[in-house]
Design a protein around this ligand. Structure first.
Ligand code: SF4
Length: 114
C-alpha cells in the first residue's frame, strides 16, 4: 500500500467519524442528569388533568362515587419514590402527588404468589 492510499483511507475514515458525530443529537453527548422526585413540582389540584380524574391532595376530600375508604396514593400501584409525603405517579409524569391524595384511577397493588 502506498503512502497515498493510506492517506486517502485515513481521510475517508476521519470524514466518516466527523459525519457520525455531527449526526448525534446533542443530548447524547451531554452528561445525563437524573431528576429526583423531590425536584418535581407538586400537581395542582385545579389543573385540568387533575380535575379530569378527581385528584385531591387529601383522600378524605375525595368527592367521587368510585372512592372507597382506605384508598390513597400511598397504596396505589401507580405511586412510587415517596419522599416526605410526596411521590411520583405514572399518570402525571413530571409532577408529584401527595401520598395522602387520591384520584379515580387508583389501582390496587397486585401481589402475586410465585
Ligand atoms: S393514579 Fe394512584 S398515585 Fe396516581 S394520583 Fe391517582 S391514586 Fe394517586
Amino acid at each position: 500500500m502506498s503512502n497515498r492510499d493510506c492517506s486517502t483511507s485515513r481521510r475517508g475514515f476521519l470524514g466518516t467519524v466527523a459525519v457520525t458525530l455531527a449526526a448525534l443529537p446533542l443530548g447524547t453527548l451531554a452528561p445525563s442528569r437524573r431528576i429526583f422526585a423531590e425536584e418535581l413540582p407538586k400537581l395542582d389540584e385545579q389543573a385540568a388533568e387533575a380535575r379530569a380524574v378527581g385528584y385531591v391532595h387529601d383522600a378524605s376530600n375525595a368527592d367521587d362515587e368510585q372512592f372507597e375508604e382506605g384508598q390513597h396514593c400511598g397504596n396505589c400501584m401507580l405511586f412510587s419514590n415517596e419522599d416526605e409525603g410526596w411521590g411520583r405517579c405514572s399518570v402525571f409524569p413530571g409532577k408529584r402527588v401527595s401520598a395522602r391524595g387520591w384520584c379515580s384511577i387508583w389501582s390496587e397493588d397486585i401481589v402475586t404468589d410465585a
